[in-house]
Design a protein around this ligand. Structure first.
Ligand code: NAP
Ligand code: ZN
Ligand code: ZN
Length: 349
């Protein structure tokens, strides 16, 4: 019979405090639960925003991590989708209401009751949720996806957030042959967005602060790579793109990027800055442009994205770290010093 387990984890004890080694309790598996031995956990910029209490409403102690891959170790009696030994992943959500219109449409991320996030949230049982910087996690089978054999667990981990967060809007805004897509920021999300937009058949341009990572961008599938520090970029690319995916974690000069959109083009802001942003709507109205945002993707679409990545040879480019390097990795991520995702090897916990 399953019992509660105590597992090693890395947690931030308080806002802005360094993460430290600790333990957390994982619940005994329920009817439809899967207990996963975590193999890898990616470090998303959202972890940084939340550990530093940048978005508001954070809960401490906090065990971040929502880019999780691992192996199923135990399943509840009612589980049908996964078996012991399966290679699986968990992203940003671990529960939702299941009955609202959005949940029924496979858009659990927009659940009317707000989904239960993988960490920094409170579960339907009233217990705080703890994320992937830990040895194990127990999750309802609906929120556990299959990692195809063609994807190694380390390079697959970042797909569970960075992958789906870029795949979902690329699909929704119909990136494909004949469509021009710009990806702003070549970081964790950006390097996935470039690969996915290219694999979907779109013409892709990277808009980065400098040309420092140009070779990488072209290798990842970009057709063009421009520096946003060069004003000529905005003149030369005026009215070029159908879709601009902005992955920058801080506010940028939105009007300048709206100018890059063709008539009916959309700028979709995936980066979630800590402060509100301001725009002049005139820069949109002139060409019926739109400004939007998008949150991760639903569970079925996450599975579709993983299968797409396996079929197209797409995966994250990672730097694997030991658990005790996590604070150093945060500083480097903040400084833009990562190509292109840090992934914690859970064996080092
Ligand atoms: P990241 O790895 O730090 O990448 C962000 C990139 O943006 C950097 O590599 C850099 O690229 C560029 N950048 C950074 N600061 C900039 C500045 N001040 N001005 C212009 N460009 C700058 O972060 P990430 O993990 O990809 O996450 C990016 C953002 O997406 C975060 O805000 C995160 O919370 C958010 N996010 C949202 C969702 C969602 O569902 N919407 C999901 C995951 C993450 P260059 O060096 O190429 O310029
Ligand atoms: Zn994330
Ligand atoms: Zn719902």
């Amino acid at each position: 019979m399953s019992t509660t387990t105590t597992v090693t984890a890395y947690a931030a004890p308080a806002p802005k405090a360094p993460l430290e080694r600790t333990t957390v309790e994982r619940r005994a598996v329920r009817e439809r639960d899967v207990r996963i031995a975590i193999a890898y956990a990616g470090i998303c910029h959202s972890d940084l925003h939340q550990v530093r209490a940048g978005w508001g409403g954070e809960i401490f102690p906090m065990v971040p991590g929502h880019e999780i891959t691992g192996i199923v170790r135990e399943v509840g009696p009612g589980v049908t989708r996964h078996r012991v030994g399966d290679r699986v992943g968990v992203g940003c959500m671990v529960d939702s209401c299941r009955v609202c219109d959005d949940c029924r449409a496979g858009l659990e991320q927009y659940c009317a009751e707000v989904p239960v996030w993988t960490y920094n949230a409170v579960g339907k049982d009233g217990q705080p949720t703890y994320g992937g910087y830990s040895q194990e996690v127990v999750v309802d089978e609906h929120f556990v996806v299959r990692v195809p054999d063609a994807l190694a667990l380390d390079v697959a981990a970042p797909l569970l957030c960075a992958g789906i967060t870029t795949y979902s809007p690329l699909r929704h805004w119909k990136a494909g042959p004949g469509r021009r897509v710009a990806v702003v920021g070549l970081g964790g999300l950006g390097h996935m967005g470039v690969q996915l937009a290219h694999a979907l058949g779109a013409e892709v341009t990277v808009l980065s602060q400098s040309l420092r990572k140009r070779e990488d961008g072209l290798r990842l599938g970009a057709d063009d790579y421009r520096a946003t520090s060069d004003p000529a970029t905005f003149e030369e690319l005026a009215r070029t793109f159908d879709l601009v995916l902005n992955t920058v974690s801080a506010p940028i000069d939105f009007a300048a990027y709206f100018g890059l959109l063709r008539t009916d083009g959309a700028m979709v802001n995936l980066g979630l800055p800590e402060e509100p942003v301001q725009v002049h709507l005139q820069s949109l109205s002139g060409r019926r442009r739109s400004m939007s945002s998008s949150g991760i993707g639903g569970i079925a679409e996450t599975q579709e994205m993983l299968d797409f990545c396996a079929a197209h040879g797409v995966a994250a480019e990672i730097e694997t770290i030991r658990a005790e390097q996590v604070n150093e990795a945060y500083d480097r991520l903040l400084a833009g010093d990562v190509r292109y995702r840090f992934v914690i090897d859970a064996a080092t916990l």
